[in-house]
Design a protein around this ligand. Structure first.
Ligand code: 4HQ
Length: 253
């Protein structure tokens, strides 16, 4: 899969995509990320990418022509046209369902907005606007990196362990269960509290562990994000556990 990113901060984006799971996938050529410096698509001496808004008002707007040239450059060699995204608070809010849909495109271009936004006419070359949430950022670079990270994880071979992607709780519409590692007992420095790992995880009883994890994931989801349960894909055991939790029944087993 290939990503193109159009940005006025190419070094920052290039640095970020070199890290972690995405960085390793790029090295292994399972993923390709091409970062385009918007200023390379200007034609003036000062490489100006922004201008004052028509109608007045504060702030600056990204000029249309450099963005047009940047997007059009992606297919200048006859390559297949990417699915073009614009990061914007006006867009479709990114969820795992949207991530799954995006992951079916072989090539995605992400235009990072800056300043007050982009000239509205750029939207004629945009297939979809994507928001990563209802808050205001100063630019689309972080949203672009969020989209790349979440989508790349669904590309076969990007995450080493395919099972962890398949079993990922959010992928199934639930919050995650609690995780623990060694040591089995820790004491906090300040309060002197003794914190133990739940006994069941040390039991070696894998059927009981699986069931405990399911119950914990469901209990957390019910407590923190009950609206997720309407669309979650639950197996029969999970449906039964959820009924017990909703009725506040102490489990019989
Ligand atoms: N932006 N999700 C870029 C965002 C945003 C978001 C604000 C995008 C500024 C120029 N993008 N403009 N939230 O806050 O995607």
């Amino acid at each position: 899969m290939k990503f193109d990113v159009v940005t006025i901060f190419p070094a920052a984006v290039q640095h970020a995509v070199g890290m972690g799971i995405v960085g390793r996938a790029v090295e292994r050529q399972v993923l390709e990320v091409v970062v385009h410096d918007l200023r390379d698509y200007t034609t003036d001496k000062h490489r100006v990418v922004d201008d004052v808004p028509y109608g007045g008002g504060p702030g600056m707007v990204l000029k249309p022509e450099p963005l047009f040239r940047a997007i059009e450059s992606m297919t200048a060699d006859g390559a297949d046209k990417p699915f073009v995204l614009l990061t914007s608070p006006q867009g479709t809010v990114l969820t795992q369902t949207v991530v799954e849909r995006l992951s079916r495109h072989p090539r995605i271009a992400i235009v990072c907005g800056r300043y007050e936004g982009v000239d509205e006419r750029v939207r004629s070359l945009v297939d979809e606007e994507i928001s990563i949430g209802d808050y205001v950022l100063s630019g689309g670079e972080l949203p672009a990196l969020v989209v790349i990270d979440a989508v790349a994880r669904l590309v076969p071979g990007v995450v080493g362990d395919e099972q962890s992607v398949a079993e990922d709780s959010f992928g199934r519409g639930l919050l995650d269960f609690p995780h623990y590692t060694r040591p089995a007992v820790v004491t906090t420095g300040t309060a002197g509290e003794v914190l133990k790992v739940p006994e069941v995880l040390l039991s070696g009883n894998h059927a009981e562990i699986r069931r405990w994890r399911k119950r914990e994931a469901l209990a957390r989801t019910l407590e923190r994000r009950p609206e997720l349960l309407a669309h979650a894909s639950l197996d029969d055991e999970e449906k039964e556990l959820l009924r017990e939790l909703q009725a506040d029944i102490r489990p019989s087993r």
